[in-house]
Every structure is written in C-alpha cells, then in structure tokens.
Design a protein around this ligand. Structure first.
Ligand SMILES: Nc1ncnc2c1ncn2[C@@H]1O[C@H](COP(=O)(O)OP(=O)(O)OP(=O)(O)O)[C@@H](O)[C@H]1O
Length: 431
C-alpha cells in the first residue's frame, strides 16, 4: 500500500472541538472546525478528528498499533464511498487523524428514524449497492474489511455512504485471495515444510486462525472468561460488541491469529476458527441487508454462545413473501463460505443478482439519487450556536479530564444526537 501524503497540517494545540461525534474502544472522534487562511481568503471546514491518547490504559493494550494500521489503510484509499484521510498529527501523547465530516450519522441511526425501523427494498438497494462497491474496492486492494455493520456505515453530506473504522481490517496474503482453481494455487516457499504438504485450507487454518471456540465443549461461562481476557472493542451501542483476539506471538512481523468482528455479524468460518477470506465481508453484507429489512439480525441469541450456535446451525427466517431481496440475503448467508455468493468471482457475482437489476454500476454516483440527504446547514448551526462561540473546547483538556475521577460525569462536549435529516426526507420517530 502506497500511502498518499495527507495535505492538512494539524496541530492539536490550535484545534478546538465543537463536540464529540463518537467514542470507540480506540479513540474519540471530535467534530472540528478548521480554518485555513491565505492572503485573500479564509476557508472554514468541518472535520472529524479521531484522537487516540497513547498514554491511556486502553491505548497501551493494542490501540496504538491498530491506530497506525488504520491510518495506513486510510492513506491508501481513494474511492467515493470510502474516506480519504485529510491530515495526521502525532505527539508523545497523541495520535490523531482527520477525515471528512459525515453529518448524516450512521445507518443504524437512520434506520431508527424510519417508520417501523426498517428500510424499503429500494432504499436497501441504494445503500447496499454503494457498500458493495466500497467492499469491492477494498478487496481489489487485498483488504478484507471485517467490521461491516450499520454503525460503521456513515452518511456523507451528499447522502452517499462512506465506510468508517478500519482498525479491524486486514491485508490478506494474495494467495489467500479467493481462487477457486486449485491448480493455480502457489505454495509459499517460506512456509514451514510440514505446512507445505497440507491442503491450502488447512495451512491457512494453522497459520492464521487456530481454533478458538469449540462451542460443543465450552460453557458460556468459559467463553465469557476468554472474552474478558481479550482485547475487546468497547461497545458503541447496545448491540455493538466486536470481538477481537490476536495472538501475542508474531511470525514474519504479522500477528498470526485473529478472531474479529461484531458477534451478530461474525461468519460461521470465523466462529469455527476455520480461517477466513474476503467472503466474511459478503456474509456480513447479508446480515446487514437482513437487519435493514427486518430491523433485527437473523442469528441473535440470548447470549454470545447462543448467537454463535445460531450462526453455525440456524437458517435465516424470512417472514412474508419471498423476493429477489430475500433470495440475495439467503445466498450471502450460505454457511459454507465456498458456496457463498461472492466467493468465486467477488463483488461481480453479487452485482449480477436480480435484486440489482437496472443498477448502473458505472454511473452509481450520477444516476442514483440518495434517499436521504442530511440537513445542509448542520455543521453551520453547530458552529454558530452560542455554546461554541468561544471556539469550542480544548481536546487535550478533555483527555486530561478523562484521567480524573470526575470524568465519570458526562462530558459537556457530549451533545445529544441532532436531528440529522431534513424532515421532508425522513419520517422522524423518537430513538
Ligand atoms: N467522519 C465522521 N463523521 C461523523 N462521525 C464520525 C466520523 N467518523 C467517526 N464518527 C463517529 O465516531 C464513532 C466512532 O468512530 P470509529 O468507529 O471510527 O471509532 P473507533 O474508536 O474505531 O470505534 P470502535 O471501538 O468501533 O473501533 C462512529 O461510530 C461515528 O459515530
């Protein structure tokens, strides 16, 4: 990956946060007002600034490594449905990077604004077509996203989507890139000799994903115990509980074992520890479509163990008339990744499905009109409000406060979710 140099000069001493956009396990995302002055003009832009405090307890676990990886991935992206990094900042205490601000919130928030909290098939087609293109682009770069869920799909000013949160993404070894033709498979000469004679699937298993959760032999208590010891990503919403396990041993500078994802979105092969490829993203796409259609994910159980059991054994239930939409979801939720739509030929195979009939893939941006457009003046309203007339709050002070006991109290920066959408575009229900 060739990182493109970010152009924006960031200096945390001179930046004021208008509010917190979100908090994750790794860092805090602030809304920033940035002005750049030339001799004749001053241009003001709103940015999302993700800041990781390298000295915090969380950061010490794994966050700095993840943050650097995220910056590396972001720096290599250039696609209308993926974010471009605008600038980075590093000091002994902080690592920060700026992205274009997405005023429309995420797909989960948007779904909660809908009547019945579900999207119509047309709206699903619009968003999934864009997400599919974004995933296609990532896969073409050899990157598996591995964290697709509504909370990570943000709505840009224009109403088009952008994916966020790349810290769980992973560069796949090209030979693990989907390739059905076993004759074409190459054997890595760097592999230990005992692995060279194994079938490809077993080698991947041994190298990357040793079995982690044998559901049949473990109690949920044992599983929970293991989870507690892992570097869990903190929940962003009630449902968001990504699981991340990376072995502490390294081989060739790479971590050699991983179990990642959000439990309701985790694919059977990841639960089994069988090794996984890009098809995990197609599985997650199927879960996302199901949730957009029914307002719930298909395999959610009473607890993590039951969810994983459902992922492995249960067929998704489709209420109502079957359609191209349900057919596509079913094909994406094939338990066997090699039978899953998208496994053999990637995104092309999915684009060819009847659900997308009539979609002009080359002209997606021009032809398809976004169903919901965030209110145009969202950022300006925030900027001009009295609360921020003193220029916002100091980010460094914010992190300092986090380290003191009163940080348990809600931050003054944490404002309730705004009504992000024009009334004419969205039917507003309380959420
Ligand atoms: N460009 C953006 N525009 C608007 N809001 C954003 C933007 N980027 C992130 N956010 C908000 O900040 C939240 C946290 O961002 P992000 O998921 O990147 O952080 P994280 O620390 O990696 O979280 P996680 O624990 O899931 O890894 C997002 O859910 C979203 O609400």
């Amino acid at each position: 990956m060739e990182p493109a140099p970010p152009s924006l000069e960031l200096d945390l001493d001179n930046l004021k946060a208008l509010k917190i956009l979100g908090k994750g396990a790794m860092g805090t995302v602030f809304l920033i007002h940035n002005s750049t002055a030339t001799s004749t003009t001053t241009t003001a832009t709103t940015l999302a600034l993700k800041v990781v405090d390298k000295t915090s307890v969380h950061a010490k676990l794994d966050a700095v490594r993840r943050a650097r990886w995220e910056i590396q991935v972001l720096s290599s992206l250039s696609h209308p449905f993926l974010p471009s990094i605008l600038g980075t900042y590093e000091s002994p205490q902080f690592l920060a990077w700026a992205l274009p601000y997405c005023p429309g919130g995420d797909l989960n928030v948007l779904r909660y604004h809908q009547n019945d909290r579900v999207f119509s098939p047309c709206v699903i087609r619009f968003y999934i077509a864009e997400i599919l293109c974004a995933l296609d682009h990532l896969h073409s770069m050899g990157i598996a996203y591995r964290d697709l869920k509504p909370e990570n799909v943000l709505i840009q000013h224009s109403g088009h989507v952008t994916l966020t949160d790349f810290d769980l993404s992973r560069k796949l070894n090209p030979k693990t890139v989907t390739n059905n033709n076993s004759n074409n498979k190459t054997v890595d000469p760097n592999l230990p000799s005992h692995d060279r004679n194994l079938p490809e699937s077993s080698r991947k298993h041994r190298r990357n994903f040793s079995r982690w959760i044998p559901l049949s032999s473990e109690t949920s208590h044992q599983i929970q115990h293991k989870m507690n010891g892992l570097n869990l990503k903190k929940a962003k919403s009630a449902r968001v509980s990504p699981v991340s396990r990376r072995k502490t041993s390294f081989s060739n500078g790479e971590r050699s074992n991983s179990f990642v994802g959000t439990e309701e979105y985790v694919s059977p092969e990841v639960v089994r520890g069988d090794g996984h490829e890009f098809a995990v993203d197609w599985w997650a796409l199927g879960i996302l479509m199901y949730e957009m259609m029914y307002g719930t994910t298909p395999f959610k159980g009473k607890n993590r163990k039951e969810t994983f059991k459902n992922v492995l054994t249960k067929s998704p239930e489709f209420v109502g008339k079957r359609s191209e939409l349900t057919d596509l979801i079913e094909k994406l939720l094939a338990k066997n990744p090699t039978k899953r739509l998208g496994y053999s030929r990637g995104a092309v195979e999915i684009k060819e499905h009847g659900f997308f009939r009539g979609v002009n893939w080359e002209m997606l941006l021009e032809v398809m009109r976004p169903p919901f457009i965030p209110a145009r003046d969202d950022g300006n309203v925030e900027l001009s409000s009295e609360k921020y007339s003193n220029g916002g709050v100091d980010i460094k002070e914010y992190f300092q406060r986090l380290k003191t006991p009163q940080s348990l109290h809600p931050s003054p920066l944490m404002s309730p979710s705004p009504n992000r959408f024009n009334k004419k575009n969205v039917s507003l229900t309380e959420f």
